[in-house]
Design a protein around this ligand. Structure first.
Ligand code: PHE
Ligand code: FE
Length: 288
């Protein structure tokens, strides 16, 4: 198979970005986006924070094909100063943080194949754009992402990347939040996955625990399957407040404490759902 221009590292610039090459998408690739988009918009209604779907509309993300980053950025940059930049795949941590600190979101531009609709091993443009970009239109969340980038650059020099990666994972990727109408999704990893959209919110298997910064930064996570524990924030403002302190003394303190397994509930937890663990137990049985 010829190499996909949307994953080609040959044209990569010093900051790892490439051109999106929007004109090079095939009809089949646009159709994959359309299928995923329609399914998620339907599933996310009453499951995602309401601003998420408002911003999908606000960004004029149409259901009919992969968005052109130039169009997207016209709207996004005017609204919150953020820009989506295309990259061929994962970028080094420091590069990723540097981009976020400058209000640039590195996004893949390749799309999964029709065989990978429900599961793929690395983020594609549906995850990155549909999952992450809508909340960059929310002023508070947009600030959080930038502060996270700055915090990453700092943590990099303090041997604390593991802590910040966990924070990102359990908020930006797999976060849940309370709303007056009940629990809602805001994490991009959930919002871009049909299976996890229902699992994270409604299944009795995973733990749902109130967000606590120390707790989250001590907790391992799964990269191979749905999460065993989700952390619930009271809202974006509260997340900002919880993360605005200087993390340096926190990192030092946490280094004295053991890590917490991804499926554990601990003494200090405010538990919203004590998970049955059934889903992961059965998965393990099948692969054993
Ligand atoms: N306050 C953190 C620090 O001092 C930075 C940060 C802000 C990290 C917001 C994540 C989110 O390192
Ligand atoms: Fe992501």
């Amino acid at each position: 198979m010829p190499i996909d221009i949307h994953r080609d590292t040959a044209t990569q610039r010093a900051d790892y970005t490439i051109d999106q090459n929007w004109d090079a998408y095939t009809a089949e690739e646009h159709a994959v986006w359309a299928t995923l988009f329609k399914r998620q918009v339907r599933l996310l209604k009453d499951r995602v924070v309401p601003v998420f779907l408002d911003h999908v509309d606000g960004l004029a993300m149409a259901g009919d094909g992969i968005p052109d980053f130039r169009r997207l950025n016209d709207i996004l940059h005017k609204a919150t100063g953020w820009t989506v930049v295309a990259v061929p795949g994962l970028v080094p941590d420091a590069t990723f943080f540097e981009q976020l600190a400058n209000r640039r979101f590195p996004s893949t531009c390749f799309i999964r194949t029709p065989e990978e609709l429900d599961y793929l091993e690395e983020p594609d443009t549906f995850h990155d754009v549909f999952g992450h970009v809508p909340l960059l239109l929310d002023p508070m969340f947009a600030d959080y992402m930038q502060e996270y980038g700055k915090g990453g650059l700092k943590a990099d020099g303090q041997g604390a990347l593991k802590r910040l990666a966990r924070l990102y994972w359990y908020t930006v990727e797999f976060g849940l939040t309370r709303t007056p109408d009940g629990l809602r999704i805001y994490g991009a990893g959930i919002a871009s996955s049909a299976g996890e959209t229902v699992f994270a919110l409604e299944d009795r298997s995973p733990n749902r625990v109130a967000f606590d910064l120390d707790r989250v930064m001590r907790t391992d996570y799964r990269i191979d399957d749905y999460q065993e524990t989700y952390f619930v924030i009271p809202g974006f403002r509260s997340l900002m407040k919880a993360t605005e302190a200087d993390f340096t003394p926190i990192y030092a303190r946490l280094d004295e404490l053991p890590d917490i397994p991804s499926d554990a509930v601990t003494d200090g937890d405010h538990v919203l759902n004590f998970g049955t663990g059934k889903y992961h137990r059965e998965r393990q049985r099948k692969t054993a």
